[in-house]
Design a protein around this ligand. Sequence first.
Ligand code: ADP
Length: 238
Amino acid sequence: MLPLIEVKGLRFTYPDGTPALNGVDFTLYPGETVFLLGPNGSGKTTFVLHLNGLLRGEGLVRVCGLDLRDPRNLPTVRAKVGVLFQDPDDQLFMPTVLEDVAFGPLNFGYPRELAFQKAREALARVGMSHAADRAPYHLSAGEKRRVALAGVLATNPEVLVLDEPTTFLDPPSQRDLLCLLRELHQAKVIVSHDLTLGRALATRALFFSGGKIVAQGSFDEIIHRFGWATVPSQPNGG
Ligand code: ADP
């Protein structure tokens, strides 16, 4: 089976001199849902921003066989890898929800009518059709996350990259998102320490430390190995 994403020897240093990735090797195959774990500042977000060329470091990043070192591949790669950012407010900026979701397809050159049709279909997929004419900034955090996800789904990418998708969501919204993600056929790369989400969705987990992948295994193996599965109880038995 051909990999969807291949990364070899990826290194990246921010312009201010902060080293963020120190040689990352990674492969994603169709059908996988890979969770990225690791302490704050270990390079997870920097890594995922390389997967559709939002950042460009040294080393190989290939998406569906297309090498990102060739800038001509960037538009196709952006269509194949949909990224859901940590903060939906980074993604929602049009006057209405429908226009926001149509932005991606329009940007990828879909004719206007088709772009809006894809946007409506994507809104239906995430259960947000009723909000099509609303202003995105009036939505709740959970609704914003759904709309941002619709924006990603509207172009039918082959890979979904989700950075902390359950942050800011209340438990019912977290559960809804989990059910929605489970139904989506795309391969997924998810940055999250959410135990419920990881246990339900992960086919594999990787642990980042100091800008490198230092371990991989099942989600449960990794969280137990690094002691991230348990929260210490309160002194009075609370
Ligand atoms: P994680 O997602 O695991 O929390 P990040 O990829 O955000 O880690 O950060 C990796 C390293 O890069 C950290 O040292 C962080 O402080 C640094 N970093 C992240 N973003 C920037 C930036 N825009 N400019 C400079 N350094 C950054």
